[in-house]
Structure formats: C-alpha cells, structure tokens
Design a protein around this ligand. Sequence first.
Ligand SMILES: [Fe+2]
Ligand SMILES: [Fe+2]
Length: 529
Amino acid sequence: MTSESVYFKQDVLAEPLFNQWYAWSNLIPPASSAMYIANSHIKIMESFVSAPQAHVSALKNPAMLGGPFINYDATKVGEVRQLLDRTRKEQSHMLELAEAIKSLDQMLQEEATGYSLEPLYPRVPDILRGYVELVYDLHHRPSIRFIEGMLYKSKYYDPRSQSVALALLESDDRSFVFSTPRLRGDGGLFLDVPFDHEGLDELFAMRFAPRPYEQIKEVLSVGGEQDAAFSSFFTTEEPAPPGRYDGEGVRVRYFGHACVLIETRDVSILSDPVISYKDKRGVDRYVHADLPETIDYVLITHNHQDHIIFEPLLQLRHKIKHVVVPRSSGADRLDPSLRLVLQTVGFRHVLELDEMESIPVEGGSLTGLPFLGEHSDLNVRSKMAHLVELLGKKIMLAADSRNIEPRLYEHVHEIFGDVDVLFVGMECEGAPMSWFYGPLFTIPLSRKIDQSRRQNGSDCERGVSIVDALRPKQVYVYAMGQEPWLTFLTSLQYTDESVQIVESDKLVRECRRRGLAAERLYIRKEIFL
Ligand SMILES: [Fe+2]
Ligand SMILES: [Fe+2]
C-alpha cells in the first residue's frame, strides 16, 4: 500500500481526546476545561490509583456504569499513575486556573456585598487579571464574567492537549467513555494532531473519495513505526457511494438517539449528529453511507454530551456547510459559547440562533424555539428546540425539552400554528445535577439539592400537553439513548419497568388514542412528508 489510491474503512473508530480523556464541548473553553481537569479527571485518576479495586467492584453494578469509575483492572494502575503525573505536570497552569477561579469565587461571595466592585480588581488572582469582569445581578449577587475570546488566545487554550485515537471497531458494544481515560497501551493509534487540523478532513473524506496512502500519511505526519497500524485502516475496496434524496417532498430519517436527517431535493439538515459505524455483525441501521455528500445545516439542540458530540462532528466536518447552535450567554463557565467552541475546533460557518429567530433555507426556514428545563435550573442559555419548515411541512425537534410551563407551547402554537411532526425526548428521570455540572461548582453540593435538580426531560403528562398545544399529526419519542451502538455515550440500559419506558409508552398510547401516528423510535425509521 504505497502510491495506490485507498479508502478509509467504514468501521474505523475515531475518538477525539483531550489529555487522553474523551473530548467534548466543555473541555474546549479554558475556564470550564480547567474545572473538569481539576475536579473530574484528576480526582477520578487519584481515586483509581489509590483504590483500583473499589472501581472494579463499583462497575460490576450496571447502575454504576456512568459513575466516576475507571473501567480498567488493577494491572493498569501504573499507566494511570503515569498519566496522572503527566497531567499534573503538563496541565499545572490549568490546575492553577481552576484554583484561581475557586478563590475568586470565594472572595466575591465574602466581600462583594452590593458595593462597588472596582476595589476588588487588584485582588483578583494574578493569572485571571485582564481575563474577567466582575459583575452583579439585579439582586447584588456577584459573579465572574469570563472574557472567553481572550482566554482562547491565552496559554489556557492549548491544542497540544488534543489527539485523535483510531482503532478498528470490534463491536457496537463500546464501553462508556466519559469516566475512563484512553491509555497509549490500549492498542489503536494516536494521531497527535489538534482537532482543527485539516488533515482530519482529508482523512475522513477518504471514506468515499480515495487518495494515495502515502499522501494521507504525510498530511497527518504518521511515522514509519505507526505504518503497520495506520495502513490497516485503509482498503482498496470501493464502498457504496453516499446518496442524496432526489424525490418529491420531504424525507426524514432517524439515525438513532437525537440524530435525524431531514432532506428535500434541495437541502439537507442533520440534527445532533451521532452516526453509527458499520458493524457488519450488528443490526441494520443508517451509517455514514446513508448521509448525502454535503450536509447543508447541522442543528445542535443543547450542550449536553449526547447532543453535541465531537466524534461524529469531526468526522463529518468536511461535508458540513453550516452548523446552527443555540446562542449561549457566553459569560459564565456554566454556559460557554458553543459558537466559539465549534469555531475553535475547526468549523468555519457556525451560526448562532436566538429563541424565535429564523434563518431562511432553500424551500423553507429554520427557527429556534425555547427549550425549558433539563438543565438543573441553572442559567444555561445554550439550549434550543428547532422548528424546521420545508415545502410547507413543519417538523419540530424538541430534544430533551421539559415542558415545565405548558403556556410556552400555547404561545408557540399561536405564532406558528399546527406542527406536522413532533420529535420529543422523554428521559424523564435524568442524572442528578452533579453528574454533569458538579466539577464546575466551587462549593460542596448538598445531596438534597443535587437530587432535587435532576436533568429531567418530559414525562407523559408534560409530553401530552406539548402534543395538545401543537397538534402534530405524527409524534416520535427519540433521544432515549437505547440503540446498541450508543453504549459509549449513555450508560443506562432501560427495562420495561424503567420510568422512561413506562412514561413514553403511555405517551405513545395517548397519542394513538387521539388518532395520531406515534412511536418510540429505535434503530431506524424513515418518514415521507
Ligand atoms: Fe440533555
Ligand atoms: Fe439527551
């Protein structure tokens, strides 16, 4: 395999990593990534190194799969210790940043009592000076506003922490990725390139457009010692070409979880991308070959790990024309700008949409709709339902919206009228607040508060009231994380008794009773409108 033109195999796994941990959106903005390194990555590794057996035993209980436990046995203690030591050394500036944020938080809580904040500026920890503004809300409660754009230009954003691990997929059944770092000795091949490296686009484009092997090796600076592993990811066998929809009307295809492809002859729109690799032994599903050659718009609903997923996004970047994201407040480490995150990792055309704001597309429009709840009552703005109007049909992608205020949907209906198809997630009992947001806090969270503010989506009653307000003809429960290839993202496997299944079954029954087409989606589905 030298000058011969080859294809990148369909079943090569490409995991983006940050300090060898599975990369996701909050690991990019400096202020939040510092908090996750200090309060999650380091803590989990310290715990494993001191008591590996506790991790092994915890993971024997399926309910613990999503917990802060490393999925290795005790033989890996040495390697994890090495990674821990290296992280402490190489990321010492990030640990200092996390420490500085904590002490500034504390200082503000103690000393910012409603009087002018100006005298406090000289006392801001030195490394944060010039990167923050101190502000009050209208109740004189102080907070730190990070100047995100500046921090991205500082040493606190270092793309050398990024790499991409390639490996041949063994089966759909991948282990949960967010609590276990990848070790170099795990096998596979590490490309030490930043996420915005154009060579990655060239590599992933080779799934369908062949190129000489030597060229891609050079573009990605793959060394001779990696040749055997790297060359195993390529083949001369020609894949079926990607197809685009060329028929009448609107075609909607469900790819699994919250990923829906909406196409007309003129435009293609993909929500919350997560694309299964081709597992020849697994159940038939839509894969990369079922995507068109270019995707005009990718829609992101919210900043949760199962909705803005770097792994598929980077693999699709070369074919994505625009990404549409909800506008974040950008002010807080809780709610970093998704536009800056995606631009930083190499997406050129990222459009921010505000609630009720529309952009025209060929044959229709995309509109951002409010998305309430499911964020532990934290002031997170980077969440949005999307209304896709194409050829006179209206499709609403509500993702994990929790209908805590049914009046909202009455207003939406007054403005937009009946919807044709509603997609709604029903993870009505989500994780406690600390699971996702815990590392961002600088004060201990009480168990009671943590449990009372779970990341819950809509249950049957709340879902039905969306249906009754918007009067769709078809209702699909999606984003349940149950496809067999999603085990790396979602640790929960539901049973028939799980409240999420009971409630969504109920919703489907209620909708059918009203004469609507309704179904909880699983694996794949195709609809024509
Ligand atoms: Fe969510
Ligand atoms: Fe979700």
